[in-house]
Design a protein around this ligand. Structure first.
Ligand SMILES: *[C@@H]1O[C@H](CO)[C@@H](O)[C@H](O)[C@H]1NC(C)=O
Ligand SMILES: *[C@@H]1O[C@H](CO)[C@@H](O)[C@H](O)[C@H]1NC(C)=O
Length: 337
């Protein structure tokens, strides 16, 4: 038994802390590679998280990042993104961004060129245009096809409740249903296959922390819906005195618990990254046992971990790691609990 345990430990030498560190959600290998090469070229940790997320926006990672994915109830793709500097605690974020592909770039511009933190909707588009970003249609044949199919299926599934006509059978427009009732079993329309937000943490050689996220949100969302990704402390958090964290999953639920902030704060108080991630997920699980979500955590010495909530469709959560031990982006997996 002791030998077996020893062998297992020897097989996991790559789980060691080393700096610099790039870690991101899901199997987005090129994103990890882009962030790593940005660091190799002398980029800052902020440059690295920005290039990593921008790479996913370009590649339309899993259809859930960038243009042409997750059409809303009107068929439009809208983007949410944020970036955080853990040295200064500056944040730049955009929500419900329309017709601009490089959402994390616009988030960085909010941080660099304004005193604000968060700019949303059509006004974020105008801001982006003024800052030199190109404005273009985010629809693709695929997003149009997803939208048409949804219309043909009587707008199923959707995120409406307590409205008339019955949202489980019909398209809108909807009106509040006079008598307010609560379904015994919330329908949980969240489809894990279409919610693979990129969240990335980069820790520099001196322990500087940056984090960023980018997503096109939830498929068939109600127009104007903004998820957890661009919300500091929810989608991601970075603090160079403690560590960084980033989330993926059902943002509508996760943002109520600020899991990224919580995990970083736990690491500040001495928790190991894996434990911090797990505790933050447990906090949500208590109220929503079947929620879909995962968290990555990294501390300032390059220790890292991840956790996810076990549910149908998610028994393991994949994430990418690059550090001087792995040298290349390496896929790792954590068992959900
Ligand atoms: C999208 O659809 C149009 C019209 O059917 C077609 O002409 C075009 O080639 C398609 N584009 C791609 C990238 O498939
Ligand atoms: C960071 O995490 C690693 C791995 O869990 C741990 O060994 C190390 O002590 C942690 N560093 C700090 C500063 O807590």
């Amino acid at each position: 038994m002791i030998q077996i345990v020893f062998a297992i430990i020897c097989l996991l030498p790559l789980n060691q802390a080393a700096l610099p560190l790039v870690i991101n959600t899901w199997h987005f290998e090129n994103a990890a590679g882009a962030a790593w090469s940005s660091l190799q070229k002398g980029g800052s940790v902020l440059d690295a998280v920005e290039s990593g997320c921008a790479q996913c926006e370009l590649e339309q990672c899993d259809g859930s990042v960038g243009f042409g994915g997750s059409p809303d109830e009107w068929g439009e793709t809208t983007l949410d993104a944020m970036i955080m500097n853990g040295d200064t605690m500056e944040v730049g974020a955009v929500g419900d961004l329309r017709r601009v592909k490089n959402a994390v770039g616009v988030a960085r511009a909010v941080m660099e060129y304004t005193e604000h933190t968060f700019i949303v909707g059509e006004s974020a588009t105008i801001f982006a245009q003024n800052m030199g970003f190109m404005s273009e249609d985010l629809s693709t044949n695929q997003s149009i096809a997803i939208f048409s199919k949804w219309l043909q299926q009587n707008c199923q599934t959707n995120y409406r409740k307590n409205v008339f006509p019955d949202p489980s059978k019909s398209c809108g427009p909807y009106k509040p249903n006079g008598k307010s009732w609560r379904p015994k079993h919330p329908k949980g329309n969240f489809d894990p296959s279409s919610h693979d937000t990129i969240g990335m943490i980069v820790i520099g050689e001196k322990g500087q922390v940056a984090a960023a996220t980018s997503t096109n949100g939830a498929r068939h969302k109600i127009p104007g819906r903004v998820g957890d990704s661009p919300v500091a402390g929810a989608g991601a958090y970075a603090d160079s005195t403690a560590g960084g964290a980033a989330a993926t999953g059902d943002g509508d639920i996760m943002m109520r618990f600020l899991p990224s902030f919580l995990a970083v704060d736990l690491m500040r108080n001495g928790a190991q990254p894996t434990v911090a991630c797990k505790t933050a997920i447990s906090r949500i699980k208590k109220y929503y046992p079947d929620f879909f979500g995962a968290l990555i955590c990294a501390n300032t010495t390059g220790g890292y971990g991840a956790a996810c909530n076990k549910r149908p469709g998610l028994s393991q959560f994949p994430f990418m790691v690059v550090n001087p031990q792995t040298k290349q982006p390496q896929l790792q997996k954590v068992d959900c609990f």
